[in-house]
Design a protein around this ligand. Sequence first.
Ligand code: NDP
Ligand code: OXD
Length: 310
Amino acid sequence: LAVLLSTKAHTMQDWREALLACDPTLDIRLFPEAGDPADIEAAVCWTQHDMAELRRYPNLKLLVSMGAGVDHLLRQPGPPPGVPVARLKDERLTQGMTEWVLLNVLRFHRQDLEYRAQQAARVWDELPAPETAQRRIGILGLGELGGASARALLGLGFPVMGWTRSPREVEGVRCFHGEAGLREMLGQTDILVCLLPLTPQTRGIIRAETLALLPRGAFVINAARGGHLVAEDLLAALDSGHIAAAALDVFEPEPLPADHPFWGHPKVLVWPHAASITIPSSAAPQVVENILRAREGRPLINLVDFSAGY
Ligand code: NDP
Ligand code: OXD
């Protein structure tokens, strides 16, 4: 029985080696060299893999995302019926995201954009000192990543709020849920951080109507998926001055087209979907654990709840 690996060409060998380091007996096939389709028992895929293609493997028992997000696996036509899907929950992936969120929160909080503009103009001028305890952070999603960012921001002394699907209690965080909760949180959010999964319910969550609820001069940080944000609405809010600046790591489509206005916008920080990059050697143990569990018919870990969409 074999494992099908399908990811960007430059990470394929790293993944192969990382999985073999956990279990040297694994038979790993690098897509598109799958061999006999009946051999494939598990597929470990990243965003470019066509889900319709997976229907070729009659003995597929498990599909694993090479990231925390699974929207690429669940979108139409979706994984083959009856095949469970697992995501990654990985300390180093979480650490990378926490660092990226802190980096951008601090850039905005500490007026880094203004100071860079001053540097370009050779201006030596002190801006008013920012108040950490008054810079309210609102995080959309308090899961693996949002929860870790919330704790790190609390540790720096920021007041932190978070919005989730089900009611949550997170120590030190003011928690909101539901439509009314979202409106209430946005009205008090100076820096909005999106760490939601992309589902039909969360698509377009950052749009004209929600941006308008943020206080004038708020910042937007999106590290989740491009589909969470309506780009034209953010551009309009930036151009009107309602939103001060944005840090964006994810776009729809990716790569961000060369002529997109975000590239040259003075108030937008563009990242190439690199806020946190999966490190195969760190993620491989849980993937191999799941492959062995699937083979032996034991309960799987880090499973996606199809009804919730993440
Ligand atoms: P989790 O599944 O652990 O957490 C998701 C959170 O979002 C939960 O708190 C959940 O609520 C909340 N949520 C989901 N749907 C809704 C909804 N309809 N309304 C309100 N809240 C909702 O995900 P992770 O934290 O691991 O990852 C989040 C996303 O980050 C990934 O799906 C991926 O898209 C993105 N990502 C981006 C990376 C990058 O480099 N840019 C790297 C890794 C991930 P509840 O607690 O009630 O379940
Ligand atoms: C992920 C990502 O989902 O890298 O892990 O975007």
